[in-house]
Design a protein around this ligand. Sequence first.
Ligand code: 3PG
Length: 401
Amino acid sequence: MKLSFKTMDDVDLKGKRVLIRVDMNCSIDPETKKIIDDSRIRAIIPTLEELKDSRVTLMAHQGRPGSDDFISLEPHTEILRQLGINAIFVDDIFGDKAKAAIQRVSIGEVLVLQNVRYFEGEMKKASPEIVAQEPLVQELYPLFDLFINDAFGAAHRSQPSIVGFTVVLPSVAGRLVEREIRVLTEATATEKHPWTLVLGGSKVADKVKTLSRLLKANRIDHALLGGLVGTLFLIAKGIIPEDYSRPIKGFDEAVATAKGLLEDYPDVIVLPVDAAVEVDAKRVECSFTEMGGAPLFDIGPATIEKYREIIIGSEVVFANGPMGLFEREPFSIGTREVLNAIASCDGITVVGGGHLGAMVQHMSLVDKITHISTGGGATVNFITSKKLDLIAALEAAASRM
Ligand code: 3PG
């Protein structure tokens, strides 16, 4: 397959000062703040191993400002070391301390900069040319010969560290981005139907926008909803009371979109038909009318059965986001059973995102799924008709190189 952007095969890496952007955004235990799953860190090791003759500075994010998992990249650096990478950490992004450390990086060393989202301007989303004006890009790019983007998980974010450097430095894809694009392109090159999207988890505002694009592009036949995304649509349809919207960020805007989508695509959107709520710290399965205000933490058994039938009969299944509060064992049943159904499906199956990817590993289902993608939102965005921002930026960079 011919790629539309340049890769590490197209550049000389020896002795070069390389800036690499990766996605090692991991699941973090909200209480201990420890990394629960390091699969995204493991996924970038092949790229880093190929850079043993270069002077490497690594940039990445963890969480979002204000979220529970918005922490320093020091523990990630420690895991990189345990995985055999000669990594050192600097608690700075583009200040004097970072610049001095970047100048000192020797061949074979990987300097990890602090969480790039500690810099407020990183959250800006605009065209590559505009975000390239941010001080993060302007202060750092003169210190490098080459930019490698291997942050597949954040490929749908037109933010300074993802697309800005591609405007001012020769830029290529890392091995992970290359592999994800190859595998996902092959997996989706099928005319077969039905296509089923299983969409759960949080980040509701983002997911509703992606779902809307997918529906408008007539890309999917079934959208099975769970997690907070499911909760939003249940409220939008008037099945459960609005009190359940409390954990949903950006509810007001998202619920308006959800109502419109329910009207326009009533046969494609499939909602849970029963619930699992928490009563006295226990899982209680019930109908929506019996919830009595108890926290809704998972899909119920009738929903599992309904979703299972649709998944098994599908030719293509994409899944992103858990069906419930999977971190707590009793409420992980919905997510587990949906993954079991995906593993039993004979069609093409792609599971994306840190949470589901980690569960697939724990459940030993890896061999039964076509592709475990490191991308969550990025992977679902891949199947909309819109090109991923990271790829568009690398293509433009290739035409300049
Ligand atoms: C992800 O986990 O999907 C990526 O790391 C992107 O994170 P974001 O949704 O906070 O931009």
